[in-house]
Ligand binder design. Structure first.
Ligand code: BTN
Length: 327
């Protein structure tokens, strides 16, 4: 806690100086204890310049996820929210589900530097090396009807587009139902999972994998063509701790709005802004069957509306969409 408060003071005056005595009196601790904390932070990848007359200033931050640095950059501290950062885990979605089952108070988030069993839709593998990308899951205990899960993911999709558009100069898009893309290349994927009791969601895990800082030539096989990282689009490294703090703020706010049913107008507007499929000729593969059609949009429950060549319109709840050539 003291750690994040010290960092908050240093960040607030960056690139200027802040006096050790000032931090100490603000936090109600001794100057020696501040000095000890700063030495600890140095060992974790921070750099400080220290001058007797001026105090301290921040010169370097860790490149990998750091709890204190995320905490220090949270704009709003939401009561009851907690998060954990793991070096390695099977899947952050699975860890979140285990924590929920063990009774951890929600909302909370699980972040990992690496996953050994990262999962995507349809049981696919989500490539999850320790390569500067973000593997995250947010856990909630909502009182929602299960059929609202699809729109929840779509709403989160536009929320993530709003977030990443603050970090890269290229406009993001959401590809129904769960991809964050830039010009056809995937920068993020979402996986929402829920346990359902009778006709209510008992708990819900929103998983997000975001390609933040992976090097361009670091992708294996096909991913080299189909994946892109934000750093590549930004032309340099993206501050993953600042981004994670912003992500927490946005996801929690988006969740609250969704749970209160206050998201509808904004959702319609943002879906229009970020939807990459509207009006396109696509193929949708669902349970081994492929259908072709033009995308009209989505319906109230988040199904994709396709009009086939005979002019018939049908909504699809699930499936894999590819944009047809020339479509
Ligand atoms: C997809 O595009 O198919 C969804 C990918 C979701 C990946 C994220 S990474 C964090 C969380 N943990 C997982 O095992 N999966 C999600």
């Amino acid at each position: 806690m003291t750690e994040s408060l010290i960092l908050r003071e240093l960040l607030a005056t960056e690139p200027g100086w802040v006096s050790g005595g000032m931090i100490a009196s603000k936090l109600g601790v001794s100057r020696v204890s501040i000095w000890h904390q700063m030495e600890k932070l140095r060992a974790q990848g921070f750099g400080f310049e220290a001058q007797p007359a001026r105090g301290y200033r921040l010169t370097r931050r860790p490149k990998s996820l750091h709890a204190g640095l995320i905490e220090a950059q949270l704009r709003v501290r939401r009561k009851g929210f907690s998060f954990m950062i793991l070096d390695e885990v099977d899947s952050t979605n699975d860890e979140a589900a285990r924590q929920l089952a063990a009774g951890r108070p929600a909302p909370f988030a699980v972040f990992a530097r690496r996953q050994t069993k990262g999962r995507g839709r349809f049981g696919r593998v989500w490539h999850s090396e320790a390569n500067g990308n973000l593997y995250s899951s947010f856990a909630f205990r909502p009182r929602l009807a299960p059929e609202r899960m699809q729109t929840f993911t779509l709403w989160m999709g536009v929320t993530i587009c709003e977030l990443v558009s603050k970090f890269v100069p290229v406009p993001p898009a959401v590809k129904w139902p769960n991809d964050i893309v830039f010009d056809g290349r995937k920068a993020g994927g979402m996986l929402t999972e829920a346990r359902v009791d009778a006709d209510q969601i008992r708990d819900l895990v929103f998983g997000l994998g975001l390609n933040v800082n992976s090097p361009r030539n670091g992708w294996p096989g096909d991913l080299a063509r189909s994946a892109v990282s934000l750093s590549e689009l930004a032309g340099g490294p993206v501050d993953i701790n600042r981004m994670t703090a912003a992500l927490i703020g946005r996801v929690l706010l988006a969740y609250e709005r969704f749970a209160d049913g206050e998201h509808l107008d904004t959702f319609a507007e943002l879906w229009n802004k970020y939807d990459v499929l509207k009006g396109r000729e696509v193929s949708l593969t669902e349970a081994g069957r492929s259908r072709k059609g033009r995308v009209l949009g989505i319906d109230d429950v988040g199904s994709l509306l396709l009009r086939d060549e005979k002019g018939r319109t049908r909504g699809y709840r699930a499936g894999e969409v590819t944009i047809d050539k020339g479509g």
